[in-house]
Design a protein around this ligand. Sequence first.
Ligand code: 6R9
Length: 571
Amino acid sequence: MNVQALPATKGNHNLLSYEETAANFDWSTVEKEFSWSTTGKVNMAFEAIDRHALSDKKDKVALYYSDAKRDEKYTFEQMSQMSNRAGNVLKSVGVEKGDRVFIFMPRSPELYFSVLGAIKLGAIVGPLFEAFMEGAVRDRLEDSAAKVLVTTPDLLERVPVGDLPNLETVFIIGDNVKEEGPIKDFNKLMQEASSQLEITWVDREDGLILHYTSGSTGKPKGVLHVHNAMLQHYQTARWVLDLQDDDVYWCTADPGWVTGTSYGIFGPWLCGVTNVIRGGRFSPQDWYETLQRYQVSVWYSAPTAFRMLMSAGDELVKQYDLSNIRHILSVGEPLNPEVVRWGSKVFDLRIHDTWWMTETGAQLICNYPCMDIKPGSMGRPIPGVKAAIIDDQGNELPPNRMGNLAIAKGWPSMMRTIWNNEEKYQSYFEIDGWYVSGDSAYMDEEGYFWFQGRIDDVIMTAGERVGPFEVESKLIEHPAVAEAGVIGKPDPVRGEIIKAFIALREGYEQSDELIEEIRNFVKKGLAAHAAPREIEFREKLPKTRSGKIMRRVLKAWELDLPTGDLSTMED
Ligand code: 6R9
């Protein structure tokens, strides 16, 4: 691949040399950062919040929260007290170690208090996107046999309380809550609750969080993570997010998605860093304002958001003072080289891609400040982790060959089970010693990994393997294209042909000339065989709430097939 690498960032970074650290690193050294390496007693919420509340960081701002109506801040000491109160509220209805406590609400300070409070009791937290409809909520509460739910008056109508025999209590966060049956007024009880709480110490292998993630078929899977994951949350927050004491950090992900917990809660607070949470919906103006207002220095977001900011134009971004940003990262989808180039132009910074999954619990393949970036590559495995491209028999493939992206089993934040579905869990580990991700990729001679697509998405056209991501990335370089989703469509002659779904940027009209122009653009810029034979324009592309283009849905629509689980799809 012919790319212009962006040189390593100057400055003092936590990870000084990738090669040297990767050659010598051992996870047991990370344990020594935490008191449980001597006591054996662990609790994520203690390490993330209380530990700092007991130190000279107690008056440091832990959380800046704002949305259209609220504007608040909490120090580590206040976070400790508020999460103690939330813990006491949950305890008052009998929440104990191992119980599932689900949180179904938009971002708010109370969401964070409840998550931390539940963890302090040793309960397992289940965060749910606010946009889930009744069926999705029911599936998740039923499968996990949740005992307690924390939600808001608006969302309550989507909770089939009467049909869920295990659900004993529903806390409502709102005004004038009518307490009746299982319904309780969270805010009232918070006021009455003590700010002292005896923490429940647990084992490092005890359950921490249950993230439901959708499969392409069948019901959503409950991915269980344990307290031990903190080793990797912490270490990657140091190496990859490069968090340092005076940073102001903003992760734009909602806690309904794994990025919003691993790196919206655990990673930054384990490092004792100031965390910005902005509620409400995305708008370019609002996001730039948030970056400016809090003087954000480290910013973790997603390709879909960067593409939308890019579409909003460079004039807009120039109206803000964003000079405090020193480090930008991306996750969730392939990061198009065009977006990396745009980032270099408008922020004068490289955007660092990071690859991982709900199942992996934390970052695994990343770009680091101390390492050159090849735009379009996900980077290299974090020190302490081995990644490889393997064939279906488990043989490691040489550089530049596309295959299964696999990780040597046993990194600290690896999922520990799929709730109620051990068989599904085992299916990830069928090749001895490896976790097989379901993504296809290749590795170049220098050990950089290049994402190609989900295994099911790879296109075989006239004998050539084409990764949809490469085609999509070329497409969005065309000035008319805002977003693109590419699939393989069965074809009697070529096996498959490439079909592209395109959302146009504002000011562009669809026409046959434009189709021809776009097709030629890909032919010239990528390869003739990679140019889409069919192009269809759409107002919007189907996306998950975390911003991923759902190629399987495009394919199902195209072929009139069942779409599978749609609970994570945007409205
Ligand atoms: C953290 C998260 C996991 C899937 C993963 C892959 C895609 C994530 C990516 C990426 C290309 C990256 N993905 N990061 N693809 N480049 N940097 O996103 O978890 O929601 O479970 O999604 O997302 O396909 O397998 P999750």
